[in-house]
Every structure is written in C-alpha cells, then in structure tokens.
Ligand binder design. Structure first.
Ligand code: LMR
Length: 417
C-alpha cells in the first residue's frame, strides 16, 4: 500500500512541462486579416486582405470551367497515390503554358518539373533544392515582395538579400536602383522575380525593361527564379503574361518557375501548382527531377490528386480551355472596372492626392501608399481590413462598397500632405 502511494506521488510529480518555452508565434500578416475580419460583426465591414477573387456582389467564385471539368471527370475516380512528382500530365501542360509549346526547352525535354502544393509549396521545394546544391548562393528578394517569400527562404536556411524594386514617390518601378542592385550583386547570384502582376505592388517591368534585366543577368551570370502565381491575371491573357519568362528563355537563361493555379483558376484550397527548372539537357533534367522528388517525399510524400486532374482537364479540353480564358478575362476586367471606380470616387470626394497609381498598377492588388497608421484607422474607424503595408486586394471591392471605401480613404488621407 505504502509503495503504491509513493509510486502514485512520483508519477503525478513527474509530469514534465515539455512546451514551457513555447511562446505564441507572430500572426501571419495576410491570414490574420481574415481572422480579424471574421471576428468583426459590423455589417459594413470589407475584407481587402487576402488575395482571393470575389464577384461583383463580394461572393467567392467557382469558375464555370471548373464546374464543367468536375462534371466531365464525373466525380472521384481514384483515391490512389500519385507518384512523388505528381501527375506528369499536369506538369507537362503547366510547362507548356508557361514556356510555350514550341520553346526549345520543352521540345528538347529539358525542363525538370514536379507537381507541388501551389505557389508556396513550389517556392519551398526550390528553396530546399537551392540550399542543397547551391548553398553558397543567397536569394535576392525584391523589396517589397509577398511576405511569405521571406518565411520560405528563411525556413529553408538560405541566406536572403534584397534588391530595390518599388519607388515610393512614383508608386512605380525603381528601375535604376533595381539594375544597380543586379549589377552590384556578386556574380551567379539568385534573384526572385514575379513573372507578372507583382504582389504586393501591382508594378511590373515593361517588356523593354525585362529585356535589359535579362541582358544584365547574362553579363552577371545570375540565376532568375520566377514566381508565376498570376499568369493571365495581369492582362487577361496567359500568353502575354508569360512575356518575361519567354524573354529570359529566348536569351538562353536556365530559369526556374513556381507555378500556381490558385488565382488563375480560383482553386485556392486545392493547392495545385508545379515547380519547373530548365536544365541543359534531358539527362540533367532527369537528375534534377529525381532530386526534387527526394526533397518532396519526406515532407508530404506526394501531392493531392483531384486538383491536378481538374487543371489538366481544363488545359487539354479545347472547350474548357477557351471557357477558362474567357472567365480569366471577366475576372481581370471586373478588377479593372473597380480600379477606375475607386480612383474616380476618391477624386470625387475632393482628395488632393494623386491616385493615378490605382489605375496604373495591375493584377490582383493595389499598393495604395497608405501608411500603417492610416490602415489602422481604416480598420478601427471604418471596419475596412487590409495588410498594414497598404496593399488592397482589388477583387474585394464591389460597386456597392467602392464609395464607402473611397470616402474612408479620403478621410484618413485628407490632412496628410
Ligand atoms: C495573398 O498574397 O494574399 C495570397 O497569395 C494568399 C497568401 O497565401 O498569402
């Protein structure tokens, strides 16, 4: 009996507080906005935080091409594992979409590609690959860039450096400083670009500027990595939006791309994407692909099957593909209408600031130039939610909310000259 009591006391006293040292992590600057928005019960609240498309009534959208692809597939066909590298048909179609069916790299079978968990997963696989095979090379990220890029390369233990990109006064590209940074970086550095519709600024280099960047990259032997999250979302035409990628390819660069179908097909929660790396020949491409698979296997084993099937079906069925292209145009044009309305409405309220950048910037976001304090006022006084960087998701604006938003922006900026 006594022995039992001692034993019981020993057990209860021995529980170790394993997680004592764990403090709450900082919230994600984008997803935290959605949380705060959902917790707000003000009826006029607006969420301009996360970049997800909404229709003119503010509702999430499932594209008609996706619904029809679902019908064509006819429900779940398999629950089997995909290969580690995912669905090869999806990978092939994605590569053709980005690089062009007739590009030498595609024809010569020297693009190593694997399906990955959307843009984030593709970037992360590349960051891991970079650390393994080019551990001495830092990754240069534009300032600003999508906040998660910093997390991705940090967690992959790749050294990060930055390069100038955005010009705060003009609210456009700081091309001069960008080129200086590219020039001053040690030879053979890695640079991350957004292939189009730069997130968060909505500011892209012009075709001429891409050509100059590509030329300087040749001189400096730099490696260009493209985050391709919005191919088609900038102009409404995926071919046009692939221009930067094609310029670098035509100039003979070995590039890599992180492709995502979250935005361009509205498949956010299905996590469909690919990582592709252009190699010197088919043999090298096979080796690179095998290494990418080896990286993926211990992280998530193999990617999910259903979204890949949907995307592949849309890209290869001529009717579904043209429907998708038409729906892309509808999304882009709704956003552009909102850009015009927002700018006009702020001006109509008598704002003395220059709001041209709202209509000059492209893609899903507008980088308003609002300060963190002004954003805080929009949240606290007007229940309008956006990242503290002043980025707004244009797709979150509707004809019904645009004047309310414009008036609020005017209110928080009118005394600021
Ligand atoms: C965004 O920038 O809002 C989106 O790309 C969503 C995300 O994952 O951050």
């Amino acid at each position: 009996m006594a022995a039992f009591m001692v034993r019981k006391r020993w057990f209860s006293g021995s529980s170790i507080d394993w997680w004592d040292g764990v403090k709450p992590a900082a919230k994600d600057p984008i997803f935290a906005i959605t949380e705060a928005f959902l917790a707000d019960d003000c009826p006029s609240k607006i969420n301009l935080g996360v970049g997800t498309y909404r229709d003119e009534k503010g509702r999430p959208v499932i594209l008609e091409c996706v619904r029809r692809a679902e019908a064509k597939i006819g429900g779940v066909q398999t629950m089997e594992y995909l290969p580690i590298g995912g669905d090869p048909k999806l990978v092939q179609e994605t590569i053709k979409l980005a690089y062009g069916e007739n590009s030498d790299a595609v024809k010569e079978n020297r693009v190593a590609g694997i399906q990955a968990l959307s843009g984030t997963g593709s970037c992360r696989l590349f960051a891991e690959f970079q650390r393994r095979f080019r551990p001495e090379s830092p990754m240069y990220l534009p300032i600003p860039t999508w906040s998660n890029h910093h997390n991705i390369w940090r967690d992959a233990h790749v050294t990060q450096r930055t390069f100038h990109y955005y010009h705060h006064q003009s609210k456009g590209l700081d091309f001069g400083k960008l080129m200086e940074d590219v020039k001053n970086a040690p030879d053979s550095s890695f640079f991350l670009f957004h292939a189009c519709a730069h997130n968060p600024t909505g500011v892209d280099p012009s075709e001429e500027q891409w050509k100059e960047i590509s030329h300087l990259f040749k001189v400096k032997k730099h490696f260009p990595f493209f985050d391709v999250a919005y191919q088609g979302f900038a102009s409404g035409d995926p071919e046009k939006d692939a221009r930067a990628i094609r310029i670098f390819l035509e100039d003979g660069h070995k590039i890599a791309c992180a492709h995502s179908f979250s935005k361009i097909m509205g498949l956010y929660g299905l996590r469909v994407g690919c990582l592709s790396i252009v190699c010197k020949d088919a043999e090298q491409s096979a080796a690179v692909k095998s290494q990418l698979q080896q990286i993926a296997r211990p992280i998530y084993s193999n990617p999910p099957v259903h979204g890949a099937l949907l995307v592949y079906t849309i890209l290869t069925d001529p009717d579904l593909r043209s429907l998708w292209l038409a729906e892309l145009k509808v999304m882009v044009s709704r956003i552009n209408v909102m850009r015009n309305l927002l700018r006009k409405s702020i001006e109509n309220f008598g704002s003395l600031h220059n709001w041209e950048h709202i209509t000059n910037q492209i893609g899903m976001f507008c980088y308003t130039g609002l300060s963190p304090e002004q954003v805080d006022r929009l949240v606290n006084e007007f229940h309008i939610y956006m990242t503290r960087s002043g980025r707004i998701s244009m797709a979150g604006i509707t004809p019904a909310s645009v004047d309310y938003l414009a008036k609020a922006i005017h209110e928080v900026t009118k005394h600021d000259r």
